[in-house]
Design a protein around this ligand. Structure first.
Ligand SMILES: [Mn+2]
Length: 333
């Protein structure tokens, strides 16, 4: 019988586990985002304040923009030859409870299962990872739960803890625009700004760091824009030659698929990008609402998938073959 992925501990019980430990390892999901970085770094600093040892372990590359947030806290990146130690008292996983997001640590987590606690805000996860789960699906970010945990621990909120927590809350809510933004989100944000989180500097550090090549690539992307399906769909085409001319790497077109949605009539947008291997990558986005297009269904037609509002696919044809097929699929939905 499988156990449901539900909360089963109180904040105070998790705080007691931390207070009883001396060496605490903290980890989070692969390719850590702002919430993953913010919740782990803040928790590590709070645990160090209590005179205990805290170590942070990340899976996959840490984006450069986060490095100044993490320093001076020591963070390790898991690799074949770099594994977390076994002599620890407690392991805290934040912002996920899914094995698929923790590949590379599975054996270590299972070996220490009775020491593992989860702090998460996602609906789905694997309860088999831990019997100590603090899951609040109504919170906007794991960082919001960690803020409460730090208060419960009696650690004063100083700028070095407030800043990463604010980062987690701000990035998971799209800087307070997404529907997961609640009155509690604003209350936490206010507390963190009062404690010294410099929100304007953080925004600049995280959101205004593009290289010029990305803007040059955007110019080429927008000049390829085609509006189809009676003005309801947009298609952007990016060829290998566009990346080369802009001097941009493949990941620099990240987020372009959201841009056409700023047009009132456009319900669905797709970026068709030629990859280095000669394949074609589709990124699909749609707006919420009564006539929302399920882009997961569209991506599935091309062997991909994802979510109803955001999904993607990789296809093994040339970009000139792919484009009319994508346009036809969008015309249909
Ligand atoms: Mn999160």
């Amino acid at each position: 019988m499988s156990i449901r992925y539900e909360t089963n501990v109180e904040l105070s019980a998790l705080a007691d586990r931390i207070l009883a430990a001396n060496r605490v390892a903290i980890t989070t999901h692969v390719k850590p985002d702002g919430d993953a970085i913010g919740s782990t770094v803040a928790l590590a600093r709070a645990i160090e304040y209590l005179g205990k040892e805290a170590m942070v372990w990340y899976l996959g590359p840490v984006m450069d923009v986060f490095k100044s947030i993490i320093a001076p806290t020591q963070a390790h990146v898991v690799a074949e030859a770099v594994q977390p130690p076994d002599d620890i008292d407690l392991i805290i996983i934040t912002d996920t409870g899914a094995r698929s997001q923790l590949k590379g640590l599975g054996d270590w987590l299972d070996r220490h299962r009775d020491k593992v606690c989860i702090v998460d805000h996602h609906i789905q996860g694997d309860a088999s990872l831990s019997d100590c789960r603090l899951i609040r699906t109504g919170t906007c970010a794991a960082s919001e739960i960690v803020a409460d945990l730090i208060e419960e621990l009696g650690v004063p909120m100083d700028p070095s803890i407030a800043e990463p927590l604010y980062l987690g809350i701000a990035t998971d809510t799209g800087w307070f625009r997404f529907s997961n933004t609640t009155p509690s989100t604003f209350r936490h944000a206010a507390t963190l700004v009062e404690a010294g989180a410099d929100h304007a500097t953080l925004f600049r550090k995280i959101e205004q760091t593009d290289p010029p090549s990305r803007l040059r690539l955007l110019a080429r992307a927008l000049s390829s824009l085609a509006i189809v399906a009676n003005g309801r769909a947009a298609v952007i085409t990016l060829r290998k030659s566009d990346y080369d001319a802009a001097g941009a790497t493949p990941d620099e077109s990240h987020g372009f698929s959201d841009l056409p949605l700023s047009v009132e009539s456009i319900e669905v947008a797709c970026v068709i990008a030629e990859t280095n291997g000669g394949h074609v990558k589709l990124s699909l986005r749609s707006k919420p609402g009564p006539n929302a297009v399920d882009v997961n269904q569209v991506a599935r037609q091309f062997g991909g998938g994802g979510h109803a509002r955001a999904s993607g696919a990789k296809i093994d044809v040339s970009i000139d073959e792919a484009r009319p097929k994508v346009v036809a699929a969008l015309e249909k939905v």
